[in-house]
Design a protein. Structure first.
Length: 358
């Protein structure tokens, strides 16, 4: 069935008619009848949750495709029609087989070091095996690899880098040779110089981005996915560690207290900042709008946050926006979401693969 809509298309701000045919968008009227689904409003490419974990929940692993579909549906109904899974302990390819669920770009499993990450979450290897594991996870994913790059070192009682710099350089270089990009979990400051020197593509969390490191990151071309709504859990993490690891606890509180300023400074320095919720760990799915709101609250201009969360985020992950022949993945709002943030919470239509899903 052919569908029709009319609205102001972003980012070009042109009011026009469009038709949805076989899951694609066209601005050339096709022959035959069409059902009209919207006759006004603002049309935005579907939002991007660039850091989530389908198959992981606050209650543990979710290997059941029914449960994974439930998670992805929460994201979809919040307007996130493209997900980058930043590492999952279970096979979540069932989501990719469903026409009614968001598009999913997978990073395989986290690569971690024994006793230096969340137990049973990632593949654990020693430094001498990191390159080989990167090769395996490149083969298992969709063009991304996820490395856990810093974590508490109990021998010193504080955050510390997980991998030697030379090993990171070899591993990230190998991923690039194989056509994949690398994302790294990194909370603190000390792991960032080695990661950036090695050519890291995506800094996950990035609370350790001091001004000098922001300069390095801007020069390197890396992006940041700060997951601010998950960083809000840092104080509770610190409280749980206080008795045994007081230095680590103080460090985590300090990273939280400066997180908004550091992300705003990163943006001001020209570093791309994309939206990611870290859903599936301590947070449920479906919170992309909360992350958008948090980034705006950090001081990044609202029009830029909407762009990064939508057409720019899609471009970063290799998908088109609302172009002729592009995927018909879009959200229609009554008002311009770059101006009216409340619009995000009351979409007129959500369309995925050319079908109205919400």
């Amino acid at each position: 069935m052919t569908l029709h809509l009319r609205g102001v298309f972003l980012p070009d701000e042109t009011e026009r008619d469009a038709w949805l045919v076989d899951g694609r968008l066209t601005f050339d009227r096709p022959s035959g009848a069409a059902d009209t689904i919207a006759t006004g409003g603002w049309v935005v490419p579907g939002f991007v949750d660039a850091h989530c974990h389908v198959g992981l929940s606050p209650m543990g692993h979710e290997p059941d495709p029914v449960g994974q579909a439930r998670q992805a549906r929460l994201d979809r109904d919040a307007g996130a029609l493209l997900l980058r899974d930043a590492g999952s302990p279970v096979d979540n390819r069932s989501v990719q087989a469903r026409e009614d669920l968001p598009r999913l770009i997978r990073a395989g499993r986290h690569i971690a070091r024994p006793k230096r990450y969340i137990r049973d979450l990632g593949i654990e290897v020693e430094p001498e095996d990191l390159v080989a594991e990167v090769e395996r996870q490149v083969a298992a994913g969709d063009g991304w690899v996820k490395i856990a790059a810093d974590w508490i070192d109990r021998s010193i009682g504080d955050l510390a880098p997980v991998w030697p710099d030379d090993v990171l350089k070899a591993a990230i270089g190998r991923a690039h040779e194989l056509g994949a990009r690398v994302a790294a979990h990194v909370f603190g400051e000390d792991a960032l110089p080695g990661l950036l020197a090695a050519g890291l593509d995506s800094i996950e969390h990035g609370t350790g981005l001091t001004d000098d490191l922001i300069e390095l990151a801007a020069a390197s071309g890396a992006a940041v996915v700060p997951t601010l709504i998950n960083i809000d859990n840092n104080p509770s993490i610190a409280a749980g560690a206080e008795a045994k690891f007081p230095v680590y606890a103080a460090h985590m509180r300090a990273l939280f207290s400066t997180s908004r300023d550091r992300i705003r400074h990163a943006w001001d320095a020209g570093i791309p900042v994309y939206t990611g919720t870290d859903a599936g760990g301590s947070l449920p799915h479906g919170l992309i709008r909360d992350e958008i709101r948090a980034l705006i609250g950090a001081g990044i201009p609202q029009p830029d946050v909407i762009a990064q969360a939508s057409w720019r985020g899609r471009e970063w992950l290799g998908l088109p926006g609302l172009d002729e022949g592009a995927f018909a993945d879009l959200v229609v709002f009554d008002t311009d979401p770059r101006v009216d943030l409340s619009a995000l919470f009351d979409p007129q239509r959500i369309v995925l693969r050319g079908n109205v899903v919400a």
